[in-house]
Design a protein around this ligand. Sequence first.
Ligand SMILES: Cc1cc2nc3c(=O)[nH]c(=O)nc-3n(C[C@H](O)[C@H](O)[C@H](O)COP(=O)(O)O)c2cc1C
Length: 369
Amino acid sequence: MKTLFTPYTLADMELKNRVVMAPMTRTRTLNDVADEVVALYYSQRATAGLLISEGLPVSEEGRGYLYTPGLYNDEHVKGWRLVTDAVHAKGGRIFAQLWHVGRMSHTSLQMGNIAPVSSGTIPATNTTVFAWTESGEPGPVAPSVPRMLDTHEVKRITDDFVKSAQLAMDAGFDGVEIMAANGFIFDQFLSSELNSRTDEYGGSVENRQRFLLETIDAVSSQIGSNKVAVRLSPFGRIYDLAPYEGEEETWSKIGEALSLRRLAYVHLYFQPTYATAPSVAEKFRADFRKSFGGTIIAAGGFDRDVAEERLNNNEIDLVAFGVPFIANPDLVERMKHGWPLAESDRATYYGVSGSPEKGYTDYPVYQEQ
Ligand SMILES: Cc1cc2nc3c(=O)[nH]c(=O)nc-3n(C[C@H](O)[C@H](O)[C@H](O)COP(=O)(O)O)c2cc1C
C-alpha cells in the first residue's frame, strides 16, 4: 500500500514524502521582490516533499496582477534566495513556477501603458485581473484587449523563460515549473479559438503547440531537462477559456510530445470545470499515464483518502494540495495523524493592505488538546 508519507525520488532528488504544495499566488510583495515574510511562509510549509512557488512573472510584460514577486532581475534573485535558503534549511525542496499571463493583463501594468500580448486579439471577458483602476487605486479591472505578438516576439518570450530559469538556478531553486495551465499565454496559443495566427505558431496543432514545446526545450538546454517541469490544465475553462475545435487532438498530441521528453515531472491540474467533460478528461488522464514514463503530479480538490486511492491505482505519483496548505502550515502532520484541518479565510488569500502576515504566516500548527 502506498501512502502520502513515504519518500519519493524525483529526478535524482529525494523527497521526504509525496505531498506537494501547489503553486499559489498570494500577492504579498509591494515592490514585487520576495522578502523575509515570504521566506517564513514557505519555510513554515517545508515539511511537504516538494513546494512549488507562486507564479513568478518572467518579465514586466508577463505580469497580470499587482504585487506578484517576479523573477527577471538581480533584486528578484536576492529575494528568492532568502526563500530557497529557508526551505532548504528545513530539508525541503522548491521549484519556481515561471509565468507569463499573455492577455490576462491590463494596460496599467504594461510598460508605456501599451496593450498586453497574446496569440490573437480576443480579450478575456467575464473575469478580472488585479491592476490600477481608473481612479489610480489598486483593484480588479477587466483584462485589456490584447495585441497579437509578432513572430520574433514569440521567440523573445521563449528567451525570457530561459533567462528566468537561469535566475531560478542562481536563486537556489531545485527546478522550474513552466506555467502552461489556467488560460495563460501557452493555453492562448494552444486554443484554436483564440489563436488566429498565420505564422509558424498558428493553424495546425503542431504549430499551436510549437511555442510551448520550443520553450520547454530551450529551458531544458539551459538548465537540464531533469530540472524542468510543466503544469497543464487540459480541457480547463477558467479565465474565459472556451471549448475549441480540435481540443481533444490538441491535448493528445501534447501528451505524445511530452512523452518524448525527460522532464522532472508533468503537473496536471484537474479543475472543477472538468465536470462538464469528465469522460474526455478521464481518457486523457489514462492515455497520458500510459505514454508518459515520468513523474505525474495531480492537483485539484484532493484530500488524503482520494490522494492515496489515486496513488494506489497507480494513476499518479505525487499529489499537490493548494487551499489546504493556506491555513495548515503543518498539513503533512495533520493528514498523517488524522488531526482536523483549519479553514482558511478567503478574504486574506490575496493582498498587501494591512499587515502582510495576516492570513499568511499567522496560521498556527495543530496543538493536541
Ligand atoms: C489563492 C490561490 C492562488 C493560486 N495561484 C496559482 C498560481 O499562481 N499558479 C497556479 O498554477 N495555480 C494557482 N492556483 C491553483 C492551485 O495551484 C491549485 O491547483 C488549486 O487551488 C486546486 O487545488 P486545491 O483544491 O488543493 O486547492 C491558486 C489557487 C489559490 C487558491
